[in-house]
Write a protein that binds this ligand. Sequence first.
Ligand SMILES: [Zn+2]
Length: 269
Amino acid sequence: MTDPLRLMAVLAHPDDESLGTGGSLAKYGSEGVQTYVVTATRGERGRYHGGADNPGPEAMGRIREQELLDAADVLGVEEVKFLDYMDGDLDQADPNEAIGKIVHHLRRVRPQVVLTFDQAGAYGHADHIAICQFTTAAAVAAADADYLPGQGTPHAISKLYYICWSEREWAAFQAAYKKLTVTVDGVERYTTPWPDWAITTRIDTRKWWPQVWEAVSCHASQVSAYEKLRDLPPELHEALWGSQAFYRVFSTVNGGRERENDLFEGLRT
Ligand SMILES: [Zn+2]
């Protein structure tokens, strides 16, 4: 019997799984791929219904944990695990500890395909950049028998992907958010769309967009941010959820210039 296909998304906050990888998780889950989400924080510092009556980080973490579990249910995700870091502090984490935690999940679940944020963290978000770096390192380390010897059987994933946002997708987001920025050390960071030619992989997720939107809506504590999305015209909704773009960081099973339309290309027998 062949090994079942497994997909793992390693992300920073509750809602990243729906906004960043929702279409892919829903599609592959519905096609019998086992899907897993690992989230570094519980989003403890997220806004709470627009800012009023914020219950504090601990309660916020519990609320957002449940929102993530509900969204994962909608997306057909098998399992959600947390790395137990504090929202906003991920780039201060001890790298060996963070990489070790991800290696633990990679060796336990043994996914062939792993998804994470791109090196710019979508729009410069420091937690997103940190999880990208930790996950990339963990993908290498998990296969190394000398890394954390005795802690699980080494596992080499076959493909690592970064989430890409193209001009088209950013245009839809910008229409809802005006300008998505974050200020780090006094410097304003903003969206950096991927050039279309650099996108190695595009997955058609149109069929699943209502499911993705339902998953996004599970994050009710963040709703004031999302209700702007609800007002988007249908063509922008389709631009946002109708397909998902990725950059194939590495693959040991395929390659070449032709754009893929399947994250498991090269792995299907
Ligand atoms: Zn995030």
